[in-house]
Design a protein around this ligand. Sequence first.
Ligand SMILES: C[S@@+](CC[C@H](N)C(=O)[O-])C[C@H]1O[C@@H](n2cnc3c(N)ncnc32)[C@H](O)[C@@H]1O
Length: 197
Amino acid sequence: MTGDDPDAGLAERRGLDEAVVYQPAEDSGLLAEAAVSEAHGRVLEVGTGSGWVAQQIAEERGLDVVGSDLNPHAARQARDRGVEGVVADLLTPFRADAFDTVCFNPPYLPTDPDNEWDDWMEHALSGGESGRELIEPFLDDAGRVLAPGGVVLLLVSSLTGYDEVLALAEDAGFAADPVVEESFPFETLTVLALRRE
Ligand SMILES: C[S@@+](CC[C@H](N)C(=O)[O-])C[C@H]1O[C@@H](n2cnc3c(N)ncnc32)[C@H](O)[C@@H]1O
């Protein structure tokens, strides 16, 4: 805290949180668009980052939304937005059948292991060498936490390999439908709705 300003400590903390938490970008906007249209029931946003996507779902649809993240600064930022923010590694702590909708904008950039930089932003961006290192375990466990009739909304980048992610989803027992798609100069982003086959 500096000087006589009682809010300076809070402002400083918010500044630090923003520096180490992924802030809303085009991918966040696309996931929010799909989620506002498709979400129902109890909602979990995995890797909530700033909590902005979770906040859109809660405000636009009036649904109960939990935002989880490995990064404690992110969980705190989500709580500052009024979202129930919790620290969690993917789906590990959640009960079977706990959610009707599970959203995830995963860290997806393929990253050379020699170029990993080991901080919270790397956790937000790097999908390991294939770009799918978080997507794979997420899909393996998603069916467990999903209630009957539930839907997973997963953002996929062409950089990560669209066909490869579709194959992983099928292996995990899901049928996939694209909900929204947008092309940018370096990648095409798609949000897939995944439902149990
Ligand atoms: C691309 S950012 C997306 C942030 C936010 N959902 C958005 O769309 O703006 C990916 C998020 O996943 C989180 N993350 C990375 N590994 C995770 C893990 N094992 N479990 C939970 N969250 C994780 C990162 O901390 C980061 O906040």
